[in-house]
Design a binder for this molecule. Structure first.
Ligand code: N01
Length: 546
């Protein structure tokens, strides 16, 4: 579809913001249910976070047989993943294949960002403008406005890059990159002195790869993260055949777990402090050898019992000390915090990379960044010279992309004002004061605590069913009721308060972005949440005014 220009204001049933996995499936479902729909996407292609995060080492940390759509059995049968955890290029190829297979692009407008949305009478006026990658430069005054009865924000949870400012950062004359907005043509670090700032999942995935290219790599770490080995491997054809022969059951088992993943590896039946030392070590060692996020599921109380958490964290701390040969580097890499409070990282050779002669680690808590210089960074009183600096500094998560859009709801209420003390909503799907507006995997839903694709499909199907129900019942508007929203916000806080998630400065809490209100945004527990959403629908969308 070409750009929508000037005054030709078109009307759609549904406008969708974002062409990642959520926006793509929302378009498909809306069209299949007989609605007219359009997708606006600021990138030049589909894929969302997998379009932008092209940094070396980027790959998913949920096995690809799970991190893929299940809505089409033909699709899941025909697509072949080459590795247990697919790389970013392979996931992007998959997204492009889905776009082709379901003929999605004809209703997508690329290189276009949504600037504002206004609720007028019975529909949304959505204003967009064309942009040019990579700098997001405005393309003349090529702006347009369309009208849509419904808007679905499929803007992604980790799509708005967080690039912290440092004193004199404009003075640095070398190249800078952000892992979440990586150049399409890649970067050749051969022979260069490179700094990576940040040691979350993106830093931990990219550091081992950059280390093999760069002349020297300096990792600037503010807080050490916990990481477990991925044990990635080529796909075993026999295993794939076994899953595909019974894919429905495989998916069903996954959907019954708290994180909607790993149904074949259930959470252990005991707490970590309910078993003896030998039994605990054996269970953790088995999960460590298996690799992946399910390490934390060895025991059932990792994120509810501080003593159990300490025992599990001790196991990982010992592993780090046993891998990293230099004791001072190992000391800096060993985290003191609650394991799993910040999202667990999954790596290939991360800790071992610090045994390489061309890699060094600087603990920013001991040696802070004073300022940038033309040639590098002043750390303490010493200038460290770099040819390139990589910001692996994460995202303004869950609300960042939404708050960039000027959204004005009923009676002139702005979403920024409504969310000034943190995001509030009902079921993570709708906000009081904003009729006919839905968010996919927004705050207040399990979202980033789950296999995202499962949560995306669940939300898309709930929204599409709701639109069909409205159409069948002659309803034109739907809006969250104030008391339902209030109770939901309390519910999310209560559930989060029963866990250890609120005990650290994570992006789940918005703590990584200066000035962002600290509110625990996702809701732990997929199965109970999905049941609640089903009950709401079955009871005539109770909690919504229609
Ligand atoms: O971002 P992060 P990420 N000065 O926020 C540091 C998903 N993901 O892009 O911890 C110095 O986790 C910050 O330090 P601190 C996954 O859900 C998945 O790595 O705030 N340092 C931290 O070390 C993940 O959780 C995959 O003290 C600063 C780092 O930057 C989420 O995305 C791969 C700083 C940011 O870590 C985000 O991961 C990649 C400053 N001013 C991402 N500001 C998969 O494997 C920040 N930092 C699927």
């Amino acid at each position: 579809m070409g750009a929508l220009r000037g005054s030709e204001q078109r009307r759609y049933d549904v406008a969708i913001v974002g062409a990642g996995f959520a926006g793509m499936y929302m378009l498909h479902r809306a069209r299949s249910a007989g609605f007219t729909a359009v997708v606006f996407e600021r990138g030049s292609g589909v894929g969302g976070t997998w379009y932008w995060n092209r940094y070396p080492g980027a790959r998913c940390d949920v096995p690809s047989l799970e991190y893929s759509y299940q809505f089409s059995d033909d699709l899941q049968q025909e697509w072949e993943w080459s590795e247990k955890y697919a790389t970013q290029p392979e996931i992007l190829r998959y997204a492009e294949h889905v776009a082709d297979r379901f003929d999605l692009r004809r209703d997508m407008v690329f290189d276009t960002e949504v600037l504002s949305m206004q609720w007028r009478d019975d529909s949304w006026l959505v204003s967009t403008r064309r942009i040019t990658e990579p700098a997001g430069a405005v393309h003349g005054d090529d702006s347009s406005t369309i009208a849509a009865r419904f808007v679905v924000l499929a803007t992604g949870c980790l799509s708005s890059a967080n690039k912290p400012r440092f004193p004199d950062d404009h003075r640095f004359a070398g190249h800078t990159y952000h892992t979440g907005a990586w150049p399409k043509d890649g970067v050749d670090f051969s022979g260069q002195r490179v700094a990576v700032i940040g040691t979350g999942s993106s830093g931990i995935q990219s550091v081992p790869m950059i280390a093999t290219e760069a002349a020297h790599l300096t990792v600037l770490q503010r807080t050490p993260a916990y990481s477990v080995p991925a044990r990635n491997q080529k796909m075993d054809p026999q295993y794939v055949a076994g899953v595909k022969a019974n894919y429905k059951e495989f998916r069903r088992k996954n959907s019954l777990t708290r994180a909607a993943l790993g149904g074949d590896t259930p959470t252990g039946p005991h707490g970590a402090n309910e078993v003896g030392d030998d039994e605990r070590r054996a269970a953790l060692e088995a999960r460590w050898q298996k690799g992946g996020l399910l390490f934390l599921g060895a025991f059932n109380d990792a994120l509810t019992n501080p003593e159990s958490n300490r025992l599990i964290a001790d196991f990982v701390r010992d592993k780090i000390r046993s891998i990293v040969r230099d004791s001072d580097t190992a000391r800096k890499l060993v985290p003191e915090s609650i394991i799993g409070c910040k999202r667990l990282c999954v790596d290939t050779d991360y800790y071992d990379t610090f045994n390489r002669p061309n890699v060094s680690l600087i603990d920013l808590r001991e040696t802070p960044i004073e300022r940038f210089t033309e040639k590098g960074i002043m750390l303490g009183n010493t200038e460290h010279q770099f040819d390139a600096i990589v910001f692996a500094t994460g995202f303004d998560a869950m609300t960042g992309a939404i708050s960039k859009i000027e959204i004005t709801g009923r009676d002139g209420l702005s979403l920024r004002d409504a969310w000034s003390a943190g995001p509030v909503n009902y079921l993570g799907l709708g906000v009081h004061g904003f009729p006919n507006l839905f968010t996919i995997t927004g705050p207040g839903s399990p979202s980033v605590l789950t296999n995202m694709i499962v949560s995306i499909e669940h939300h898309v199907e709930w929204i599409a069913d709701c639109l069909t129900w409205m159409s069948n019942n002659g309803k034109t508007t739907i809006e969250v009721q104030a008391d339902a929203q209030e109770h939901w916000v309390q519910h999310v806080n209560t559930v989060a308060g029963m866990t250890l998630y609120t005990s650290c400065s994570s992006w789940y809490l918005g703590a990584n972005v200066p000035g962002k209100p600290r509110v625990f945004m996702p809701l732990p527990g997929f199965p109970a949440y999905a049941q609640r959403c089903a009950d709401v629908a079955q009871n005539g969308y109770v909690g919504f005014q229609t």
